[in-house]
Design a protein around this ligand. Structure first.
Ligand code: SF4
Length: 348
């Protein structure tokens, strides 16, 4: 344990004891890491600790935050996108999305992504590596510090496919829940769907967290397999009907509802025939469909669907008995799409 961030109160108490300190010194470290109002991002700044203890911790390579600030982009609606550097000179993005009552942190789970979704700037770069638990949690520290507000909700919808980093994903959820005091019900894990991993997610969640109370959001983006493979080439290994079956099992195992993300792309998946096809696919399934406006990126031929098509699509799903909502894209001024800030920084 060289990263103090992500450590439980018991682990920090044991650490203090191992250094010949009283257990309450560990509780002090815990307070200064996780309590938003007291937050310190370096061991040096925790001045309540004896100087020699701080010195020994640092000499032994312990630290709190290991990411560093690279760039930020504040949109007119208050959405803040941050580009952060890892210690191996990679960069990752995270986003703070504020409303009056909430601050939602959109977190990355990997550096890059292997899924190659055709609409996504991150997918164009391929996968560099998965993020460690501490790097996932560090993004929350940066968002809270930059926005001077406590994060209330978490969505794993940033760079990477969370189900390909399942252990660190679930360990970070454990800490978000226990240490950052954000309930599992305020956490959403978004996946483009990887064969066998939806059932593994619920099984491992019970094993690591004892429950599985977060929301699963599956990026479907299509009403049939053929269209899905055009948008997400990696989908060829996982038939859309099998995804729905696995999601039904997830609901049965966890008692949680699944939501399906549907990116509206002009001329590709935004017609009424697609709305009807999607309704048939989801018939009898207690789920929710989120329609999303597309954020245009360079070198990609997809176009944002018109507002009129979006509204027609939404009312057809509703009429067919499917629970549906329309999620407006936030932070649309510039570099709004996932991976765009990173791509632009690289081009510079
Ligand atoms: S949309 Fe998500 S899963 Fe697809 S390539 Fe981008 S980051 Fe990966």
């Amino acid at each position: 344990m060289k990263n103090l961030l992500g450590s439980s109160i018991e682990e920090l108490e044991n650490l203090a004891l191992n250094y010949g300190q009283a257990a309450f010194r560990g509780r002090q470290i815990y307070q200064w890491i996780y309590n938003f109002r007291n937050r310190k991002k370096s061991i040096d700044q925790i001045e309540v600790l004896p100087l020699d203890f701080r010195k020994k911790l640092k000499e032994d390579g312990f630290h709190i935050s290991e990411l560093s600030f690279q760039e930020k982009n504040l949109a007119n609606d208050g959405t803040l996108k941050l580009l952060l550097a890892t210690t191996d000179n990679e960069s990752i993005e995270c986003v703070g999305i504020p409303t009056e009552k909430r601050l939602t942190a959109c977190l990355s789970s990997q550096v890059g992504c292997p899924m190659d979704c055709k609409f996504c700037a991150t997918g164009k770069e391929g996968l560099k590596r998965s993020l460690k638990k501490s790097e996932i949690l560090d993004q929350i520290l940066f968002i809270e510090n930059e926005m001077n507000r406590k994060v209330t909700n978490i969505v794993f919808m940033g760079m990477g496919e969370p189900l390909l980093n399942i252990d660190d994903l679930l360990l970070s959820i454990k800490s978000i829940n226990q240490d950052f005091q954000i309930s599992q019900r305020k956490i959403t894990v978004s996946t483009v769907a990887v064969p066998k991993m939806i059932s593994k997610l619920s099984a491992k969640s019970f094993q690591i967290l004892g429950t599985c109370q977060f929301t699963l959001a599956v990026s479907l983006h299509a009403s049939n397999q053929k269209i899905r493979e055009i948008i997400i080439p990696s989908a060829k290994n996982y038939d859309i009907e099998n995804i729905i079956d696995d999601c039904r099992l997830f609901v049965k195992d966890t008692g949680r509802r699944v939501s399906f993300e549907y990116l509206m792309l002009s001329g590709v998946n935004d017609k009424l025939e697609h709305a009807n096809e999607l309704s048939n696919l989801l018939k009898g399934f207690q789920c929710h469909v989120n329609l999303i406006q597309y954020n245009q990126i360079d070198e990609v031929e997809f176009q944002r669907a018109s507002l009129k098509n979006l509204q027609l699509f939404q009312s057809r799903l509703s009429k067919n008995g499917i629970a549906v909502s329309f999620r407006k894209s936030r932070g649309l001024d510039k570099n709004a799409a996932c991976g765009q800030l990173r791509q632009n920084a690289k081009n510079k």
